[in-house]
Design a protein around this ligand. Structure first.
Ligand SMILES: [Zn+2]
Length: 484
């Protein structure tokens, strides 16, 4: 990062008139406003004309001690990124003899061997995708021709992380402010549970349902997380922001807390329906299996009966009265027939149960497939009034839903309110994919990863999304103008 911009409208004329580099015998003098990472450009074009590069101060330095103009005094070796053949010009004060070497601190942190951009490479990669340190080192070598071992990459990453990420976060905040992207009042809240080095961690997040802004996202020890903390977390996160609706999944402690925060509540419909569907699905599977078994048994029995009927065929006259085999044959057929009769009855019953199970699930999902709050309420009431017709699980489910039904239909008030919490679940999955949940061994590493992914999310899902939306609105307006 440059401490000051070399090119501004004030000094652009000076720069045009003053060279950035010049030849002097077989030496290429390069002013210290040129980035060492860009030396490759000079090498490509002039490489054969010089044997070494000497960095000099773009502005002749004045003595920090007495203020006199300093003069040249040889050069010292410099090894940015361990490159050979680069020197830095030294200056001396003619009056007090103080010396000073050309500074490259705009590009290289003091005491570091590598340019900032090289030191920050690992973080740049990490902001896109997870990579082990060894692979980061390989990528740096591939991209920049600089060989680092993975410990150095690790060291750079942890040294530069905070300033690098903070700078990116501040830049993003500026862009968001310029674009006037602000919290909408409708938010998703959710938590996810992680393990790190034997500790149970909980991650709490609130994101904006309309603009996708991340309102808050933090990790903490699970043992410190309780109802009281959640209340403080929500209160603190939403303080001073518009408060319309908070979407959550069905955890039973939420309603009381959310009331205290003075925001409307929407329960995730997807979770509600899933809560019904998951046990139903088990039942349906069981019924379908039983039906299949019954059908096969009946078929098997029928085949056996057919086989038994063949007894005595092709013989003249009825079987003799004392034919024991014949008697057994008749008895067997009778038993098989009565078993089939019983099975057919059970089959009918099971088919009915299956139909009812599927039917009630369908009806429950359909409560929400309507256009108004009133219709949804009517559908729910109709089902609820038939409560005793349903199986025990369904009854329990309906009684439970009755208590919170109003919280499941808040979304009808405004088309901007989502009816599910899917967005924040997607946010969790994108910013911390399942395969990485166990990869981070330290809280520091995990937090760093999440911070980088928040930046990526904000770029892709807040800023780009807003830009796309705005241009679509503009396009639409243009079309409207064109047609009118
Ligand atoms: Zn001096």
């Amino acid at each position: 990062m440059l401490s000051e911009k070399p090119f501004t409208t004030n000094n652009i004329n000076d720069i045009v008139n003053k060279p950035l580099y010049f030849f002097d015998d077989d030496r290429l003098n390069v002013s210290n406003i040129l980035h060492p990472d860009d030396l490759g450009f000079l090498e490509t074009y002039y490489g054969e004309y010089y044997s070494e590069i000497v960095y000099y101060e773009y502005n002749r330095p004045t003595c920090p001690k007495c203020g006199s103009s300093m003069i040249s005094n040889g050069s010292r070796q410099a090894k940015p990124n361990k490159w050979e053949g680069i020197r830095k010009k030294q200056y001396i004060c003619p009056d007090c003899k103080k010396t000073q070497v050309t500074s490259l601190e705009n590009f290289i942190k003091r005491y570091s061997n590598y340019t900032r951009s090289i030191c920050q490479k690992a973080l740049e990669y990490e902001s896109i995708s997870y990579l082990p340190y060894q692979k980061k080192a390989e990528l740096i070598e591939l991209e920049n021709g600089i060989k680092l071992n993975r410990q150095t990459v690790y060291y750079h990453e942890s040294t530069y992380a905070d300033s690098f990420i903070t700078q990116k976060e501040e830049d993003l905040q500026k862009i968001l402010k310029e674009m006037k992207i602000e919290p909408s009042g409708t938010y998703h809240y959710d938590e996810e549970y992680l393990h790190e080095n034997g500790d149970n961690i909980v991650r709490l997040a609130i994101i904006d349902a309309v603009t996708n802004l991340i309102i808050n996202d933090q990790v903490m020890l699970q043992e410190d997380f309780d109802k009281e903390f959640l209340e403080i977390f929500l209160k603190y996160s939403l303080e001073g922001l518009p408060k319309k609706v908070l979407i959550t999944d069905g955890y039973s402690a939420y309603p009381g807390i959310i009331e205290k925060i003075c925001i409307n509540h929407q329960l995730c419909i997807f979770h509600i329906i899933k809560n019904k569907r998951t046990p139903s699905f088990k039942k349906i599977r069981k019924l379908e299996k039983r039906i299949e078994t019954i059908k096969n048994t009946i078929k098997g029995n029928e085949e056996k009966i057919e086989e038994l009927k063949k007894y005595g065929k092709g013989r003249q006259g009825p079987p003799r009265k004392n034919d024991k085999k014949w008697k057994r044959n008749i008895r067997k057929r009778k038993n098989l027939n009565s078993e089939n009769k019983r099975l057919r009855k059970e089959l009918k019953q099971k088919r009915k149960e299956l139909k009812e199970q599927k039917n009630i699930d369908e009806r429950i999902s359909n409560i929400y497939n309507v256009d108004s709050r009133k219709d949804a309420k009517r559908r729910f009431n109709t089902i609820y009034n038939q409560l005793d017709q349903f199986d025990e699980d369904t009854q329990k489910f309906l009684k439970n839903l009755d208590k919170k039904f109003d919280r499941t239909i808040t979304y009808f008030r405004d088309s901007q309110i989502p009816k599910t919490n899917n967005k924040i679940e997607g946010y969790f999955k994108i910013t911390l994919p399942k395969y990485l949940k166990r990869t981070y061994r330290t809280r520091e590493g995990l937090i760093r990863w999440i911070r980088l992914q928040k930046i990526r999310w904000t770029k892709r899902n807040v800023i780009t999304y807003q830009t796309k939306n705005t241009s679509q609105i503009q396009l639409k307006n243009q079309k409207i103008k064109a047609t009118s």
